[in-house]
Every structure is written in C-alpha cells, then in structure tokens.
Design a protein around this ligand. Structure first.
Ligand code: CU
Length: 464
C-alpha cells in the first residue's frame, strides 16, 4: 500500500529521492505528498524543541471565542449543532486527535417531541486501521504508525455540498500550515423515513428522512480514508470509513498468487490485503456512563406436537464482565441506560447493528467482532496502543480479561479483504465499511410520528 507504509529504511530512500527531484519536473501528486510529510516530521520535531504546543488538540491550541460557551465541554467553535428540517436536533463537540483524527464528544439527540437533549455518547472515535498484506511482507497500523492524523486533507466547498467546512488545527502537522479546512458538516436526504396508507380518512403519511453528516478525509500514502459519521433524524448513527485514492504503487508485483492482475494481460498484479477498521464508542446514555450491556440470542425450532408452525425463543444474557464476542445469526447486543426511561416507562437503549465484515484471524486483536472493556482513559487504540504506561498490554484483546463492567467501552472491528479489480484504477472508487447503532426505546414512539398518529401507541383501534 502507501509509500509511507514502507519500512523505515525504504521510506527514507523514497523520500530522499523525491526531495532531490522535487524542484524539477512536475511530480506525481502522491510523490509530492511524501516529500511534504517527511518535511512535516522534521519540522514538528524542531517546533517541539522550541517549545511550541504542536501536540495539543484543537481545543487547547485555540483560545475560546468570545461568545458564551455553547455547550458543556466545548466552546462554540468546537460545537456542532444541527436541527434537521424534520425537527430532530443533534448536538456534539468535535476535536482533532493527532493519531485518531476526528473525535466526537458529548453527542446528544433531541427529536421533536423531547423537551431536552438525550445524551447518547460520551465519545466516539476511530480505534485503529490495521492493514496486513496477504504475502506477510507488510503490516501497517495506519492510525498509530502512519501519520493518519497529519494527513488531514483540505476540502473544497464542492465536496461538502450545502454544508460548512471547519478549520482544524492538526497536532504535529505542518508548522507552516497548522490549520486545515478539513471538517465538513452538512445534511443529506436519505429517502423514505416511513410511509403508511391510512384508509379512514384516506391519506398517505410519508416523510423523507434527513441526516446530519460529519466527515474528514485523511490521506495515508496512496490511500485516502473518508471518516464519516451519519446522524439520522430517527436517532440512528452510522459510522463508516471509505477507502479511496489510489492503489499502492509499490504493490503491483504480486507474483505469488496473492494478487490480482489489474494492468494489461498478466503483468501487473496488485497484492491483496485487508483493512481492519476499529471504532471505539464510549456510551453515556442519559448522561451516565454506567450503562448495562445485554446480549440477545434466539433459537428457532421446527414445529412439534400440535404447533402450527416453527417457534422461536429469544433469551437475554446480561453481560456484567468484559467481553470478546462474535456475530452470529440471531444474536445482537444493546447498551441500556442506567438512569433514563422513555415516556412509556421503558429503559432507553442503543442497539448495535453490524455491517458486512470479513473478520481477519491473523492477529489476536482481530479475532473478534466486538470487545467490551471497562473504561480506562489510556486505552484508546485497539492495537499498537501508545497511550498507556510501560507494562500495560497494547491491544484490546488483552484488556478484555474479565473485569466487571461499570463503565463499558465498546470496540467494533469491521474487516474488508481487498482483492483489487480493474475498476480500482483510477482513482479507486470509494469502498465503505462500518456499522450503525439504532435507538431502541429511546422515545416512546417513532420520533418522526406525525401529530395525527401520535395517539396510536400500544394497542389501538381505528377511529370511529
Ligand atoms: Cu485496499
């Protein structure tokens, strides 16, 4: 994959060659990027030596604006608040981490019938992008080892249609260009939120759903990753990473049956590889971190005796200790609020909705789809975690070791095995991977219910 995925020595060689030639003929775009990146590393070390605060996050690096604090935890410059045209408001604070990139904190949801915002997440962020190659020759940790954060790309208005592009201070970035116009917040229609034909009176109720989108683009070598967070007006949140840019120039030589021919005939083989993306979600339902975790499983049995049809039985398992778990048909999990109930008196919760995944069994931390760990403030990256003291294990599989869960943190692993195809050049079409969380009993009814139908909660009858 990317040139900065090369081992150190090779990378320096490439960078040096590019530096020498940079002032001459026009360089391919990506080559120029390498030169910029190696310059950035050198300069930021110099800046550090001079005592500059290049390692600080944006909130610390920038003075708060003169306006009143917009929300708990962030000044107005770091607040995202969007009231969608269907009546739902999403609020959150953003910041930018030098390794994880975009971090969203204090995320709350307020559909039109709720008097107050309902807190959903304390914090949401990427937890790693692990890229092992099929030939065993390369294995990259894009967030912690490949300057993902520093690769934040400037966005033009055209790639944030109808939205706002915010300026981001990039820790350890290019000291000459420390701020990048790289965070887009915008809205998008998603088609039908619901449709219902009522017969008395004869009327069709329909609503077109609206979403808030928050995204950045981070370049890592030849690849560009779009980190997208989608907040729907019905309370659903989807998090996805889209891989685009270009296939790695160095990897067109798989001659060992571990690649796919993408040039003419059987000459240029692009080495197959995986992108294993982790997300880290720290739930704060109704403002409390003491969420409960539940797993549900159903078994379906063929009819017996006088039963007319097959039966299904669903059982709940309370997860009280740290967990490493896997998707299974009829299995799902939810995070349940310790304090909040909806207007029907039901505990509020968010349910995990998996996305397609190819689980990579090559490393212990990639062996499970889901980890739930007890909160520890230094445990921020699913592998190669740099933030804990010496002696603390480096990966999430080691953290999930049976501690009691009083403040659960959810780690979701979504893998994609990338076998290149002719269509991958050029540029490479965006390939998305991710998952969603969906509200379960957060509101007493569909949060978009039209007024005329608001009485139809529970057992109901046609109006006479
Ligand atoms: Cu790929």
């Amino acid at each position: 994959m990317p040139e900065n995925h090369l081992p150190g020595a090779a990378r320096n060689r490439v960078s040096g060659a590019i530096r020498n030639r940079l002032s001459g003929a026009a360089r391919p775009h990506t080559a120029a990027r390498t030169a910029r990146k190696s310059a950035v590393v050198g300069l930021s070390l110099a800046a550090l030596a001079a005592g500059a605060t290049v390692g600080a996050g944006p909130a610390a690096a920038r003075p708060a604006t003169g306006t009143a604090a917009a929300a708990p935890g962030c000044s107005s410059a770091y607040k995202i608040e969007q009231k969608l045209s269907t009546g739902t408001t999403w609020r959150m604070c953003w910041r930018y981490d030098g390794k994880a990139g975009l971090v969203l904190d204090d995320v709350s949801y307020q559909p039109k019938g709720e008097a107050k915002p309902i807190k959903v997440l304390n914090s949401a962020r990427l937890g790693q992008i692990h890229v092992p190659y099929d030939d065993g020759k390369h294995e990259y940790y894009d967030l912690t080892g490949q300057n993902f954060g520093q690769g934040l790309q400037q966005l033009s208005p055209g790639e944030c249609p109808g939205g706002t592009i915010k300026s981001v201070r990039v820790p350890d970035g290019d000291p000459e260009h420390p701020n990048v116009n790289g965070l887009c917040t915008t809205t998008r229609s998603r088609g039908h939120a619901y449709r219902m034909h009522d017969f008395s009176p004869d009327k069709v109720y329909q609503q077109q759903g609206k979403d808030l989108l928050v995204y950045t683009v981070n370049q890592v070598g030849w690849y560009e990753y779009i980190t997208e967070w989608r907040f729907q007006d019905d309370g659903m949140i989807s998090m996805n990473v889209g891989a685009t840019g270009s296939l790695s120039f160095e990897d067109y030589n798989a001659q060992d049956g571990r690649g796919w021919p993408i040039g003419k005939g059987a000459r240029d083989y692009s080495t197959s590889h995986s992108h294993n993306v982790f997300w880290r979600l720290d739930f704060g339902l109704d403002g409390s971190s003491k969420n409960r975790v539940e797993q549900y499983d159903s078994t379906v049995s063929a009819p017996t005796g006088h039963q007319e049809g097959p039966t299904a039985k669903t059982t709940r398992t309370k997860i009280t200790k740290e967990l490493a778990a896997d998707y299974k048909t009829y299995r799902w999990w939810r995070m349940v609020s310790a304090t909040g109930k909806n207007k029907d008196g039901h505990a509020r919760s968010y349910e995990l909705v998996p996305g397609p995944t190819t689980k990579y069994p090559g490393r212990p931390f990639t062996k499970h789809d889901l980890y739930v760990t007890q909160y520890d403030k230094c445990e921020l990256f699913a592998s190669d975690n740099p933030a804990c003291a010496a002696g603390h294990p480096k990966s999430v599989d080691k953290w999930a070791n049976g501690q009691s869960l009083t403040h659960p943190v959810v780690w979701v692993n979504v893998g994609f095995h990338h076998i290149a195809r002719d269509e991958d050049q050029q540029p490479m079409p965006v390939h998305w991977q991710g998952f969603s969380i969906a509200p379960r009993d957060v509101t007493a009814m569909n949060p978009l219910t039209p007024k005329d139908l608001a009485w139809q909660n529970g057992h109901w009858e046609w109006r006479s």
